[in-house]
Design a protein around this ligand. Structure first.
Ligand SMILES: [Zn+2]
Length: 252
């Protein structure tokens, strides 16, 4: 099991995993197999000696708090998760800059939330689907008028009122929402002004076919918003003064 250890003096964290003790193989300048040597790695021992005499504590990782800016399978990315020592909240930033680097963990006192920054329609997908399904094909000006009404709906709508559609997205910060019934009515009303007869009926069917899980879903882009708690002064106190003070209190 992984354990997250924080040094209270330095505000640094270490993710202790069962893999720390595995030997790492390094090659010399010459790549012949006999030049491979096994190096004993014990990163946790390095962390302990670096923070010798400091106050260490174990943090509890908050379940399901993991968020990432890129796809989960992407090796080079920045992710965040939440942890606590029971009194304070922390955000742990997990990242690597290059694929051959080990993962780094950075502690940020504070919290984060996922904020929606934009809602848009899927114009290319809608046009492609209309071309495929509506025969005879729509005139370009009618297609544009339909996309215009959809775009106006996306601008007017508040995603907080909408039903989120669980979908396999290629990006973890992209979320799809279903247009509410009121806006579907609005869309149909506007379609009556754009289309007539058979064409209107075809559009009505198209809307009902695609509003729940198809191309008419609205695409919302979110971002991870960090709220860092500034702790002025903390960094100004050298670790040994901090410890000496505690020793004096302890001796009383
Ligand atoms: Zn330390």
């Amino acid at each position: 099991m992984n354990q997250l250890i924080r040094c209270r003096n330095c505000d640094q964290v270490f993710m202790k995993s069962p893999f720390d003790r595995y030997p790492e193989y390094a090659s010399g300048s010459n790549h012949a197999p006999e030049n491979f040597q096994s190096i004993k790695r014990d990163d946790f021992q390095d962390f302990l000696s670096h923070h010798h005499g400091h106050q260490l504590e174990q943090l509890r990782i908050i379940e399901d708090s993991y968020v990432s800016e890129r796809t989960y399978s992407e090796p080079v990315k920045t992710s965040f998760f939440k942890a606590t020592n029971g009194r304070e909240k922390f955000v742990i930033k997990k990242f690597r800059e290059r694929i051959d680097e080990p993962l780094k963990y950075q502690l940020i006192p504070g919290d984060y939330s996922i904020k929606c920054v934009g809602v848009e329609i899927q114009p290319e997908e809608i046009s492609r689907q209309l071309d495929r399904e509506v025969k005879p094909p729509l005139a370009q000006d009618k297609m544009d008028a339909f996309l215009g009404v959809m775009g106006a709906i996306a601008e007017d709508i508040d995603v907080n009122d909408l039903e989120r559609i669980p979908a396999e997205t290629h990006h973890p910060l992209v979320v799809y929402y279903k247009i509410d019934d009121g806006h579907v009515m609005h869309l149909l009303r506007n379609c009556r002004n754009i289309f007539n007869g058979q064409e209107y009926l075809a559009m009505e069917e198209f809307i009902h076919r695609h509003k729940d899980d198809g191309v008419l879903l609205l695409k919302a882009t979110c971002k991870i918003e960090l709220t860092e708690i500034a702790r002025p002064g903390k960094k100004m106190i050298p670790a040994f003064i901090h410890l000496e003070k505690e020793k004096v209190v302890g001796q009383k």
